[in-house]
Design a protein around this ligand. Structure first.
Ligand code: ADP
Ligand code: ZN
Ligand code: MG
Length: 486
């Protein structure tokens, strides 16, 4: 049954602010390190003291340009910094240095997977450079009842990535954010951490009747700090905007805030138009000139991007989409898997065996944080283990036992197998066939066992060991025989 809700569609465009992983700030030499004593990573430039002049951080430019190139953006070779003027206690200069009408890049796109299969290109309006503000803190233990300001973050390099209003629901929005985060992490320009605020997202959303050409009035939901919150906020806001439209009410574009506890958005402030910011070209910085040769050297130095790796895993290795998603979920996970693949390049059976083992065993205890990941074993250990399985020295089941014994150590799986006398045929199905044949071939002995001569089991074990040239696991053979003879 179709509902009123189904006659509307949500239109969503995301703005992402990503902190660049430079060592120093955007326009001064202060460290960007997180967790320093408040107001220690500051200098006259980032404090906005009179007469201090900004100098652009080349590393930040390089990171942002690489991002823009990875997103397929066109590069503007002469771009301009602008002052965005507003008053807020965490902004000591009284303006933010940003880019406005001449950003250094425009018109890119990002491919996202769709829920029911397939994919969709989402437009990237622009990528530009700007700087972060400080932090207002309320109710800090050292200064109870007061509001205080930490300016360590003021001037930290930010890159803003503005997306086109091409997204049509919460699932697409989250898929876009994840794909974007994957690209930034693969480029090692940002740690992709929503919870810690180094990857921040503003959600712009409006609703319209399905089939309508024009967009509705949008609201902007500020700083939604997890994928789950983004999903919930969009679901809630879509329903709210539809109710507003159905009631025939209109509203002005404004900014809202997501409150996860109550599960609703609340009005924050009227939306500033760009006129309110009195943008003008930054007089203390020359235009940013990006030379063609430098841009091209950055382009040729780009690593393999997550999408290319996914395509390779699916098409060259014939991995299913699920495995591909899991194994490309973080660049370091992909690297680990590829190190295991290196043992038998181009071998699809090996790839699937490796994928299964890495996904079920290794990733169960892998830890991913920002750009880093730690694993309970080394790729070489997994290679050795899977080679033992492939050679049928041990069974898949035994491989898990060996893995449990050697993980978090430097031990060699082969040495472990030798030491523990595990190099035996323990494949129940094949042993069962041998046992069955022996029972059928020796009906007198089987009858004797069944009549109560328990010792006769030894005869059968001996036969099976002879048949398998001593490679069978005797205790397993014993169990199988007892079951078959019962
Ligand atoms: P501002 O800084 O004023 O928010 P930007 O141009 O930086 O403006 O960002 C606008 C964002 O809002 C973009 O991500 C864009 O896709 C999105 N957007 C624009 N119009 C709509 C709309 N009608 N509905 C939903 N999103 C929209
Ligand atoms: Zn500084
Ligand atoms: Mg905005």
């Amino acid at each position: 049954m179709s509902t009123v809700r189904d006659t509307y569609e949500a239109v969503i465009g995301l703005e992402v602010h990503a902190q660049l992983l430079t060592n120093t700030k955007q326009f001064c030499g202060c460290p960007t390190s997180f967790g320093a004593e408040p107001n220690t990573n500051v200098c006259p430039v980032c404090l906005g003291l009179p007469g201090a002049l900004p100098v652009l951080n080349r590393e930040a430019v390089s990171m942002a340009v690489r991002t823009a190139l990875a997103l397929g953006c066109a590069i503007r070779h002469r771009s301009v910094f602008a002052r965005k003027n507003y008053f807020y206690p965490d902004l000591p200069k009284g303006y933010q240095i940003s880019q406005f009408d001449q950003p250094f890049s425009e018109r890119g796109a990002l491919d996202i997977p769709l829920e029911g299969g397939g994919n969709k290109w989402v437009g990237i309006t622009r990528v530009h450079l700007e700087e972060d503000a400080g932090k207002n803190l309320h109710g800090v233990a050292e200064v109870p009842g007061k509001s205080v300001i930490d300016l360590n973050r003021a001037g930290v390099p930010l890159m803003e990535i503005v997306g086109e209003p091409d997204l049509r629901g919460p699932t697409e929005a989250v898929a876009y954010l994840k794909r974007l985060r994957d690209v930034l992490v693969a480029l090692e320009v940002n740690d992709g951490n929503l919870e810690e605020g180094s990857f921040r997202c503003d959600v712009n959303i409006s609703v319209r009747k399905r089939g309508a050409a024009a967009f509705g009035t949008r609201v902007e939901i500020k700083n939604v700090n997890s994928f789950r919150h983004v999903h919930r906020a969009i679901e809630h806001e879509t329903a709210r905007l539809i109710a507003v439209a159905e009631a025939g009410e209109t509203f002005r574009q404004h900014t809202r805030q997501w409150d996860d506890e109550s599960g609703r958005t609340v009005f924050l402030r009227e939306k500033e138009g760009s006129d309110d910011y009195r943008y003008f070209p930054e007089p203390d910085l020359p235009p940013l000139i990006l030379e063609e040769a430098w841009v091209e050297s950055l382009r040729s130095g780009l690593p393999e991007l997550p999408e290319a790796r996914r395509q390779r895993f699916m098409h060259d290795l014939k991995l299913p989409p699920y495995d591909t998603e899991v194994l490309t979920g973080h660049p370091k996970i992909g690297d680990f898997f590829e190190a295991v693949l290196q043992a038998k390049p181009g071998d699809a059976a090996w790839a699937k065996r490796a994928a299964n083992f890495v996904m079920t065993e290794v990733l169960a205890e892998a830890r991913v944080h920002g750009l880093e990941a730690s694993f309970p074993a080394k790729p070489a250990q997994i290679v050795e283990l899977l080679e033992l399985v492939e050679a049928q020295t041990i069974s898949g089941k035994q491989a898990k036992e060996v893995y449990a014994a050697i993980k978090n150590t430097d031990a060699s799986p082969a040495a472990h197998v030798a030491e523990h006398g595990m190099a035996q045929v323990s494949d129940t199905a094949s042993l069962e066939a041998v046992c069955r044949a022996e029972i059928e071939g020796n009906p007198k002995q089987a009858a004797a066992y069944r009549a109560g001569n328990a010792k006769m089991i030894g005869f059968f074990v001996g036969q099976v060991m002879k048949q398998t040239k001593g490679s069978a696991n005797p205790s397993l053979v014993n169990d199988i025989l007892k079951k078959l003879l019962a």
